[in-house]
Ligand binder design. Structure first.
Ligand SMILES: Nc1nc2c(ncn2[C@@H]2O[C@H](COP(=O)(O)OP(=O)(O)OP(=O)(O)O)[C@@H](O)[C@H]2O)c(=O)[nH]1
Ligand SMILES: [Mg+2]
Length: 187
């Protein structure tokens, strides 16, 4: 079989990162990608009062190469709701969702409910794992508080504290999603 055909037969998976503005989606994909990531960040004037000067306007893209030749494609959504037309486009064909939440935002539980609701159809068909970022800046609410909120929504979702800038943190979050999809993957 020609190498090109063989390559096409290797498994390819797609994971989507979402969450509010500044949660660290672009940063997390850049941290974990095995190839230089693609991003579509643009300067945003309404972001001036925030700590960052740019925001994603279409998507982020990165890729993880697994030992067996499989590839995990990573897509990041824009956080701003005015670009929410991209959300459906980006989830098509995905196997799971990573929801990043920023613990310094005014109401991270409200953010969590909003994104779980916005991606409800996709989550119902796949799975979700949650990473809470910026806990080094603001340590409340705690991960335990998130667990209590999630239980009140009658969901069972892995939740971790992650720093989007730290490859190992993001990697563990991705692994927890893959494991919740297929416990056999742990081996
Ligand atoms: N202190 C701290 N900074 C973090 C952490 N995670 C990410 N960051 C920083 O927070 C900022 C996040 O920015 P982005 O990665 O652009 O956020 P985004 O989710 O892509 O935002 P949008 O594209 O605007 O929706 C960056 O400056 C990161 O370096 C964390 O856990 N702690
Ligand atoms: Mg971004």
């Amino acid at each position: 079989m020609p190498c090109e055909e063989l390559d096409n037969k290797m498994s390819q998976y797609k994971i989507i990162f979402t969450g509010p503005v500044g949660a660290g989606k672009t940063t997390a994909i850049a941290s974990i990608s095995d190839e230089p990531p693609v991003n579509t960040d643009a300067a945003a004037s309404d972001m001036a009062k925030k700590k960052k000067a740019s925001t994603t306007v279409a998507m982020d893209y990165g890729i993880i190469h697994l030992a067996g030749g499989e590839k995990i494609h990573l897509y990041g959504t824009p956080g701003q709701e005015r670009f929410d037309f991209m959300w459906d486009i980006l989830t098509t064909g995905g196997i799971g969702l990573i929801l990043l939440l920023d613990n310094t935002r005014a109401d991270p539980f409200k953010d969590m409910k909003f994104f779980l609701d916005s991606f409800r159809n996709f989550i119902d068909e796949t799975n979700v794992a949650i990473g809470v970022t910026q806990m080094d800046i603001c340590n409340k609410p705690t991960i335990e508080d998130y667990h209590i909120q999630i239980q009140s929504l009658d969901l069972n979702v892995p939740i971790f504290s992650v720093d989007g800038r730290v490859k190992n943190d993001v990697s563990l979050l991705v692994q927890s999603l893959l494991y919740s999809l297929d416990p056999g993957l742990e081996e």
